[in-house]
Design a protein around this ligand. Structure first.
Ligand code: NI
Length: 186
């Protein structure tokens, strides 16, 4: 197990497509361990594989003192919407009001290839939606209102870490999600 560097907004890997996991092997279990250790070290409530530069459909979470992970997930979103602030380890120190479904049912596999169903509400539901979005190259700023996104982009440009991302030769990309966040499904 090892702690990996967390990729920051501006890194193309965060807005690139990911591939389903095919082999449920030792390499996958190492990835889940690295994600978990990196998340706990940050600390964060969730982390998706693209955030450590791995374009695979895997994420982990740590919500209400319970660790979890999902491979190749698919989500069913409830109609009821929750309000609340949300942050992302790829956007250090920034939090914005982000609408999410109050309840979600996530289906996928664990790292041993066994099918699992995770039912979450409130913070767990929020984490599952946030991390699942990462697998589609969708970032939480894509889910903000137009006005909030403008405010967010200004604060992101002014942040110290964003300057670091640019100096590393990574050009920032803003992806506006075509999804209506109030629609069911992703
Ligand atoms: Ni995130």
């Amino acid at each position: 197990m090892s702690i990996q560097p967390i990729r920051l907004f501006g890194d193309p890997v965060l807005v690139s497509p990911t591939s389903p996991v095919v082999d449920f092997d030792k390499e996958l279990r190492t990835l889940v361990s690295d994600l978990t250790e990196t998340m706990l070290n940050a600390p964060g409530a969730g982390l998706a594989a693209p955030q450590i530069g791995v374009p695979l459909r895997v994420f982990v979470w740590d919500v209400d003192e319970a660790l979890g992970h999902l491979i190749n997930p698919s989500l069913d979103l409830g109609e009821e919407i929750q309000d609340g602030e949300e942050g992302c380890l790829s956007f250090p120190e920034l939090r914005y009001e982000t609408p999410r479904s109050m309840k979600v049912v996530a289906k996928g596999w664990n790292m041993y290839g066994e099918p699992v169903v995770v039912e979450g509400s409130e913070l767990l539901a929020r984490a599952l939606q946030h991390e699942n979005d990462h697998l589609d190259g969708i970032l939480f700023i894509d889910r903000l209102s137009t006005l909030d996104r403008k405010i967010a982009m200004k604060e992101i440009r002014e942040s110290e870490w964003f300057g670091t991302a640019i100096s590393q030769g990574r050009s920032p990309r803003i992806k506006i999600s075509p999804h209506n966040p109030f629609e069911k499904g992703l």
